[in-house]
Design a protein around this ligand. Structure first.
Ligand code: COA
Length: 694
């Protein structure tokens, strides 16, 4: 019928197949094809029913996000969906892979739904900062009730096909041969003259009146700062308050208002950036890779354990080496405890634990690494220790084995040299807790081979994680930028702020926690160890700003000791501590710094501009190919609010001219050592451009 939608007849049943690679997004060509299929079905007297399915891996991933931000060309998706529901002949959706967003909305408007087992059904629009605009908020609750619909629409959670059956969303779930089953289902519908079930005709009955208030509070808490989830709750509520047609109209208006707003623009940027970074300039997708079958992690501390668990969680066997037998045993017990806690929290099925635990074997002798294809080192952050280890790995591991380090600050180029086979060495920088965090910085040195880089990127994807390729520099991208923010936070304490004020300014901006609360969580002894490791490279003022040393000397190690930058009550609530204030005030006096009132605006600017400036330097030094990498790292590693798009996107939103003015202002007050604008910012600002303006 058209290139994007094929149309064939199978006896009395017509079959329309959406074929718009890669994910059957419902772009203009598909909409034209679907409309033609509907019209043809109606016009042809011999056709008694229509089945719609998708070619390739998915039914459909929904509206084509590339069309967002431009005027929609007719026919619009809403029109197709409404005409599907209104058709006087039965329409059956045959779903497989993913049926998301507009794809599921189209299916909701079909009169029957058949799905292949394992199909993911979802309305994930909130993740793009919008709500469904094709009737999803009005039809889904009519089929599955308010609570289940709110979970899907306001929280963006998927259902799988089997659950879809039990909730009344799917009429039939088949293990295989979807097309045959759907055609057969259509024949039965025709033969039995089943009534057309139009979802819009269902009169919704509210059985839990309080559910909307419950979700309003829940999303306000769990998705703090995001506009779309609150609107989603409101839209689902409308399904119970407004006549169907009015509900549809209002839903679309709300969707469009969000679509044209800043949050959705930023969230769409985040979505696109995550995909963009998979395309790496100079590293074609065809780059050959090394087979990775046997993996070992050396170092059974917190990071090593988390990394080993990441492999087991992805179904891959891994050997975890401790310093000695006792350390390995300790690690095994700690991992068992972590899995048990996940079962307790219901985030892991009890039946999974044994399977995963069995994938991790333990050892203590480096000689066990001879057959490994990949060794990941996670021993303490000390250059000599790591250099010695890499020298041994270089000698002992088989040729072709990849040697990766999980260091977060040390110079990878030195480790590559120590190994004596620098092309095989790279960084795999996991974030803590490694078993839970998706982000992994894949670090290449000047000598890492393209084959090794490509292999590691793919391996991280196999772990279900998000690899971001960066260059070898102190702290790589994440920690190098974070160090700038931490430095300003510390300086502002000396100059007049308190930890709770700094944290509040950043949480108000949208970070889940402020820097001081994060430090307390990770342990001040851990932060101090990093500070000591970097001490030689700190500025004179940073060295003198020894508040961490003072706190830890008083036994204040953060949450684990009941006090750090905050004190903690029994419920582990952070409370501002007058003792910390006193310590800071005394410190400032000793250092001869006159404390003053610091505004929240200054806190935000100094923290963010210091990061952005460092990001620009990383770009200028070509340690990351594009600003996208930086935004993805901050969005996934440090909780930068997705609705602000990441630091570099945010800088563009403010305008680099304003950022430059800010940097110059702080250069005058804080010092050239800290706020000299990066040459790239000066250049882009002069040209009236941004990081993302070509
Ligand atoms: N519109 C346009 N393009 C889309 C798209 C959409 N709704 N969804 C995905 N794509 C594109 C991606 O940008 C990517 O393009 P690229 O290869 O040029 O980078 C490609 O399809 C593959 O997507 P990717 O996410 O890398 O593949 P996957 O197999 O891991 O996941 C999906 C597939 C469908 C599960 C996932 O892409 C997804 O969740 N998409 C968003 C769905 C959504 O939010 N729909 C609501 C729209 S309002």
């Amino acid at each position: 019928m058209t290139e994007a939608v094929s149309f064939t007849r199978h006896g009395e049943i017509a079959l329309a197949v959406i074929d718009n690679p890669p994910v059957n997004a419902l772009g203009h060509a598909v909409r034209v094809g679907l409309l033609a299929a509907l019209e043809h079905t109606l016009a042809d007297g011999q056709i008694r029913a229509l089945v719609i399915r998708g070619a390739g891996k998915n039914f459909s991933a929904g509206a084509d996000v590339r069309e967002f931000g431009q005027p929609f060309k007719a026919p619009e998706l809403g029109e197709i969906i409404e005409r599907t529901e209104a058709l006087s002949k039965p329409v059956i959706a045959a779903l497989h892979g993913s049926a998301l967003g507009g794809g599921l909305e189209l299916a909701l408007a079909c009169h029957f739904r058949v799905a292949l087992a394992g199909t993911r059904l979802g309305l994930p629009e909130v993740k793009l900062g919008i709500i469904p605009g094709g009737g999803g908020t009005q039809r889904l609750p009519r089929l599955i009730g308010a609570r289940a619909a709110l979970t899907m629409i306001a929280e963006g959670r998927d259902l799988d096909a089997a659950e879809g059956v039990s909730r009344g969303l799917i009429d039939l779930c088949v293990p295989s041969d979807l097309e045959t089953a759907a055609l057969e289902f259509a024949r039965t519908v025709v033969r039995e003259r089943r009534a057309l079930r139009r979802t819009g005709d269902i009169v919704p009955v509210i059985d839990e009146p309080q559910v909307f208030e419950e979700f309003t509070q829940r999303v306000a808490r769990r998705q703090r700062g995001f506009a779309a989830p609150l609107e989603a709750v409101q839209a689902v509520r409308m399904a119970y308050q407004l006549p169907f047609a009015q509900g549809l109209k209002r839903e679309l208006e709300m969707c469009m208002a969000l679509l044209n707003g800043p949050q959705s623009r930023a969230q769409r940027h985040a979505f696109a950036a995550e995909r963009e970074i998979a395309r790496i300039p100079g590293l074609p997708a065809t780059t050959s890779q090394r087979p990775i079958e046997t993996v070992a992690v050396v170092g059974a501390g917190v990071m090593g354990r988390g990394i080993a668990m990441s492999f087991a969680n992805a179904g891959l066997p891994v050997l975890l080496l401790g310093r000695n037998g006792a350390a390995a045993e300790q690690a095994q017990a700690a991992i068992a405890k972590l899995y048990a806690a996940q079962v307790e929290r219901k985030s892991l099925a009890a039946s999974e634990v044994a399977k995963r635990a069995a994938l991790i074997s333990y050892g203590a002798a480096l000689s066990e690494l001879r057959g490994s294809d990949l060794v990941i080192e996670a021993v303490p952050e000390d250059l000599t220790t790591k250099e010695e280890l890499f020298a041994r790995l270089g000698r002992q591991c088989r040729s072709g084995a990849i040697l990766a380090s999980n260091t977060s600050f040390l110079d990878l180029n030195l480790l590559a040299q120590a190994a004596g086979r620098p092309t095989d060495v790279a960084g795999l920088h996991f974030f803590n807790p490694a078993y839970a965090m998706r982000l992994v910085e894949v670090v290449r040195t000047q000598t890492t081979s393209a084959e090794v880089t490509a292999t590691l990127l793919q391996l991280v994807r196999r772990l279900g994680k998000l690899p971001v390729l960066v260059g070898a520099t102190e702290g790589f991208v994440a920690n190098r930028m974070l160090a700038r923010r931490s430095r300003e936070a510390l300086f502002m304490l000396e100059e007049g702020a308190l930890p709770e004020q700094v944290d509040r300014a950043l949480t108000n901006f949208g970070f889940p926690l402020g820097p001081f609360a994060v430090a307390d969580l990770g342990g001040l002894d851990v932060v101090l160890a990093t500070r000591r490791a970097r001490f030689a490279r700190l500025t004179v003022r940073e060295r003198a700003a020894d508040l961490l040393e003072q706190l830890t000397a008083r036994g204040r190690l953060g949450q684990k000791s009941g006090a750090g930058w905050y004190r903690y009550d029994e419920a582990r609530r952070a409370l501002p501590d007058p003792a910390v204030q006193e310590l800071i005030v005394r410190h400032a006096a000793t250092r001869g710094i006159v404390r003053r009132a610091i505004s929240d605006a200054e806190i935000l600017e100094r923290c963010l501009y210091a990061m952005i400036n460092e990001g620009a330097r990383l770009l200028g030094e070509r340690l990351v190919p594009r600003a996208h990498e930086i935004d993805v790292i901050w969005l996934n590693g440090f909780g930068f609010p997705a609705y602000r798009g990441g630091p570099m996107y945010y800088a563009d939103e403010i305008g680099l001219k304003s950022v430059l003015e800010g940097l110059e202002r702080y250069r005058a007050t804080v010092g050239a050592e800290y706020f000299s604008p990066a040459p790239l910012i000066e250049k882009l600002a002069r040209e009236g451009r941004g990081f993302y303006t070509p």
